[in-house]
Write a protein of this length. Structure first.
Length: 528
């Protein structure tokens, strides 16, 4: 077989080819797997399917992996599926997916694992370049995960960018132990190499291509070396490695990592970690940064700055319970929310979205925050505050801003609502009855003479208010999807924090690709 043909192969354990299936009808999705209520299909593959589940007691999101029924009669496939849960159960590391449970259900076998909200390293690499410093930090985190696995005698055998997730908070998670192997099993169940291709060709070590059943820890180190090369290169390699393209300080490390013979590679991942960490903390790093590193570092810094502009903790307001969460978009948008003390015992909750993105969006967001903090010293009346803000935006920023504003006194049963641009407020009663509250005013920054009005809303004990930063009509392109239905299905008997977590998680699976570029924020307030 020619080398290029080898790399084009789609491979799965036991030489199974991936099967592409049409998206299932909602009625085809099981309502329950084991004790877990199923919300939606996450992913489908040749041997298994992943579902998003929710534990009926804790309400925690869970990834449920099920073996396809047609493989239940294949003893080797079943054994590998069971072995996957056994291997994950052996691990306990922040950079490795956690196991919650496994067992049988009416459809066969399942594994319940930690639900990880984020993107794969492959997606991250394709979307934007990663700075050299950030690359080294990611590689070290993956290496620590491998160190934990190897300490427990586990060889991953399928380390690749698709099987490494970057969470919304920037954490690294190694997943998919479907073809992982315990070192004690090495050499068992031997089969001719031509009949067994286990792993992903581009990331396979030479010895894994020859005999996947007889590999050891250096095979995982080789796979990590390919990933390392691609992250530094800034694109997928497609099996073509040219180490002369790498920074000089890394060439020696990568040369040793990618040696064809396992005995010439790093024998222990700890030695690899030591060398990479030394480079990370050396003066060579600044000298050998990639051409686009400055832009990548600016982007990474902007995302951090955006977070610094937002409150880091919930306010401690009497009789009010909060929940806050955001879906981090692929781009950096001007999203701002804040909790304000308006005087006379009145509190304010504000959420705004600016019309610009990137560095400009961050700059204008900081300006918006400064203007609002100044204006609340002049007036505690929301309509007057928004009128003054509108004038300032037109005169100093020339920016359009969509904004929603809630003001209330915790000891009173009324909340006042003012929305500019689009109206995104829902009230949820203790009986899970939901009502959308509409208050339409023109967006800020458009008309200097615009007039704004607020409305009053009854707010009783136990009732929850949900305020969002985005126009929900935009995510309801599919008639089967209703944002209000998402809220209703995920809000009963839960804390405000669990409500926003569940609603945004479900919305993320429903929204269109253009909207996935945006940051979507949701705030919940419950009167207690």
């Amino acid at each position: 077989m020619a080398k290029e043909d080898f790399y084009r192969q789609n491979t799965l354990p036991e030489g199974l080819s991936e099967v592409v299936r049409p998206s299932p009808h909602p009625s085809d999705i099981p309502q329950k797997i084991g004790p877990y209520k199923i919300e939606s299909l996450l992913e489908k593959g040749g041997m298994s399917q992943l579902y998003l589940g929710v534990h009926p007691d804790t309400k925690e999101p869970t990834t449920i992996k099920v073996l396809l029924p047609k493989f239940l009669s294949n003893p080797d496939v079943v054994q590998r599926f069971l072995k996957e849960s056994e291997i994950i159960a052996m691990t306990d590391h922040p950079n490795i997916v956690k196991l919650y449970g496994h067992g049988e259900w009416e459809g066969g076998l399942y594994i319940a694992m930690e639900f990880i909200q984020g993107v794969s390293l492959r997606q991250s690499l394709l979307q934007s370049s990663i700075s050299l410093k950030k690359t080294l930090e990611i590689i070290i985190d993956i290496a620590y995960a491998l160190c934990h696995l190897h300490t427990h005698g586990v060889i991953h055998r399928d380390l690749k960018p698709e099987n490494i997730l970057i969470t919304d908070t920037g954490e690294v998670k190694v997943i998919d132990f479907g073809i992982a192997q315990l070192l004690t099993e090495r050499g068992s169940k031997m089969a001719p190499p031509s009949q067994r291709l286990i792993g992903t060709p581009i990331y396979m070590s030479p010895e894994q291509r020859e005999n996947p059943e007889s590999v050891s820890y250096p095979s995982d180190i080789y796979s990590l070396g390919i990933i390392f090369y691609e992250l530094v290169l800034g694109k997928l390699s497609h099996g073509q490695i040219h180490l002369t393209l790498m920074p000089k300080g890394l060439q020696k490390i990568l040369t040793k990592t990618l040696q064809p013979k396992p005995q010439d590679r790093y024998h222990d991942i700890v030695d690899f970690i030591t060398d990479v960490s030394a480079y990370l903390n050396s003066t060579d790093l600044d000298k050998e940064k990639k051409a686009g590193d400055q832009l990548s570092e600016i982007t990474e810094s902007l995302k951090l700055t955006q977070q610094l502009l937002l409150p880091s903790i919930h306010p401690s307001w009497s009789n009010i319970e909060f929940g806050i969460n955001s879906l981090k978009g692929m781009n950096t948008f001007g999203i701002y929310y804040d909790f304000l003390l308006l005087g006379d015992g009145t509190y304010g909750v504000l959420i705004a979205e600016l019309s610009c993105l990137g560095a400009e969006g961050i700059i204008y967001t900081s300006m918006l925050k400064g203007i609002i903090q100044t204006l609340i010293r002049k007036t505690n009346k929301p309509v007057e505050l928004i009128t003054l803000l509108n004038r300032q935006l037109i005169e100093t920023m020339d920016q359009m801003v969509a904004l929603s504003f809630l003001s209330f006194r915790p000891d009173e049963s009324t909340v006042y609502y003012l929305a500019c641009g689009y109206s995104n407020l829902w009230k949820l009663t203790e009986r899970s009855q939901i009502t959308r509250i509409v208050n339409k005013n023109i967006a800020l920054g458009i008309d200097l003479d615009a007039e704004f009005t607020e409305i009053s809303i009854p707010w009783g004990l136990g009732e929850c208010l949900l305020l969002s930063s985005f126009a929900t009509e935009a995510i309801e392109e599919n008639p089967l999807i209703s944002f209000e239905k998402i809220i209703q299905e995920n809000a009963g008997g839960q804390t405000p924090q669990k409500i926003v977590d569940a609603v945004l998680r479900k919305a993320r699976l429903s929204i269109s690709k253009p909207l996935q570029q945006r940051t979507l924020s949701l705030i919940a307030l419950r009167k207690k």
